[in-house]
Design a binder for this molecule. Structure first.
Ligand code: NAI
Length: 424
């Protein structure tokens, strides 16, 4: 019986992979090059990524380049079991949806036991685990998300990062599109699929107006939601290349959204989305101010943005209404929590992750960075920017896939642009 079920799952997973593969022209191109050059021949690649169809196509691409792939998920809820079943016959997969914390770390440990030479991580859990064991043989890693890069920078600052890591998240070809348009669309998709309620006319509170928050606010507003943005003014040690909280708050204001503190927003919000990469954004104080029927969810990497523990300890009643929607009765009001406060756009079965074309770009950067680590491993341990050549190559491939051509600057224009004296 188990085998039949697995076979059915794997068949559905093949369909999912086929659909993704058919819409990922960048990875298709890289795969062709990998098959010819075999840049990863015999290299063991250890992976912790959300294990669903787009990730599956990345893993197939790495395997086509000669890599031996060992993969776990980077989140206990985000594995698509159908895709995991389909991939299991091609590589080593340690992932399933609905894991306990212990099971999650057990899977990461299985990946480390394969003695990977290159890691691909999303959130830095695998990299941290690698640092608890023997690290010889590890050439380096690639990190997918904002929270992971910020943890890596803290490790580097404390002198604790022992191998080079490419900050894939910080490539323009990744965060400008993945964090903004990918998170924007997939978060709203997941919320709408789950709730089947109208967004138009609702007050949607977005906490954090970074790359992801901007995408969520834009999409919610396009659906007719009345968007309220919550930001902070303070030193968070973050990368300020796109401005601090004060700039983001002003940007949100000029983008046409209301900006206010969470204690004000809590009283008027219908749907709350946290996406700050920080902790304790919604807790006791905010829950007690919320309207009856308020809906709360998180799209930031970790599940500590919403104090779910407070709800569990203090609600008079708690029930699972349907998959990924829990109802808490708190002081006579109902509060709905989506996906246990974990990444709402990725938690199975309601979250499907980013649109396929978006992940084609992000994973194009990943694949080329893995090949770069294999060929030209940076000598220095620490966080490295994605080489500019890779970042621009992926954007060019995406433009080509979309049939978009650009003009070439003339020689005179290039000289003029670089001159300080008006080019005379
Ligand atoms: P970002 O650094 O561009 O933006 C975060 C924003 O949150 C900043 O503007 C910061 O000022 C603000 N913030 C920090 N503490 C706050 C607080 N207490 N209250 C209100 N605002 C606060 O980061 P980005 O790229 O937008 O990522 C945000 C989170 O989303 C990270 O955890 C990242 O890993 C995760 N992420 C999730 C994805 C998904 O698929 N759900 C995709 C990509 C990233």
């Amino acid at each position: 019986m188990g085998k039949i079920k697995d076979a059915v799952l794997a068949k559905e997973g093949e369909g999912e992979l086929y659909w993704a593969r058919s819409h990922m022209p960048i990875l298709a191109q890289i795969r062709k090059e990998f098959e010819a050059d075999m840049p990863l021949n015999g290299i063991v690649v250890g992976v912790a990524l959300h294990l669903e169809k787009k990730t599956g196509v990345l893993l197939e691409t790495l395997a086509a380049g000669g890599a031996k792939v060992y993969a776990a998920s980077c989140n206990p809820l985000s594995t698509d079991d159908r895709v995991a079943a389909a991939l299991s016959s091609k590589m080593e997969i340690f992932a399933w949806a609905g894991q306990s914390n212990e099971e999650y770390y057990w899977c990461l440990q299985q990946v480390m036991q394969a003695k990977p030479q290159i890691l691909i991580d999303d959130g830095c859990d695998l990299t941290l685990l690698a640092h608890k064991g023997k690290m010889e043989g590890i050439r380096g890693a690639c990190e997918e998300t904002t929270t992971g890069v910020s943890r890596l920078r803290s490790m580097e600052g404390a002198g604790k990062l022992k191998f080079p890591v490419f900050a894939v998240n910080d490539a323009y070809s990744k965060h400008l599109f993945d964090n903004r348009y990918g998170t924007g669309q997939s978060t709203l998709d997941a919320v709408m699929n789950m709730l089947n309620l109208i967004i138009a006319g609702k007050v949607v509170v977005v906490a954090g107006y970074g790359w992801c928050g901007k995408g969520i606010a834009k999409r919610a507003s396009a659906m007719g939601g009345r968007v309220v943005v919550v930001e902070v003014d303070g030193d968070l040690g973050e990368d300020k290349s796109s401005g601090s909280g004060v700039h983001k708050a002003l940007e949100a204001h000029y983008d046409g959204f209301s900006v206010m503190r969470m204690e004000e927003a809590a009283k008027i919000g219908d749907i709350f989305v946290t996406v700050t990469g920080n902790r304790d954004i919604i807790g006791e104080k905010e829950f007690l101010l919320m309207k009856n029927g308020a809906i709360v969810c998180n799209a930031g990497h970790f599940d500590n943005e919403i104090d779910v523990g407070y709800l569990n300890r203090n609600a008079q009643e708690r029930k699972e209404v349907k998959p990924n929607i829990e109802e808490y009765l708190l002081g006579g009001r109902k509060i709905y929590l989506l996906s246990q406060g974990r990444l709402v756009n990725l938690a199975r079965p309601t979250g499907q992750g980013h649109p396929v074309e978006i992940m084609d770009g992000s994973f194009g950067v990943q694949a080329l960075c893995v090949a770069e680590l294999a060929k030209n491993t940076p000598k220095k341990q620490g966080v490295h920017p994605v080489p500019k050549g890779i970042d621009e190559e992926v954007a060019r491939m995406a433009l080509k896939a979309n049939g978009i051509a650009l003009s070439k600057p003339t020689k005179e224009q290039m000289e003029y642009a670089k001159s300080y004296d008006g080019g005379t």
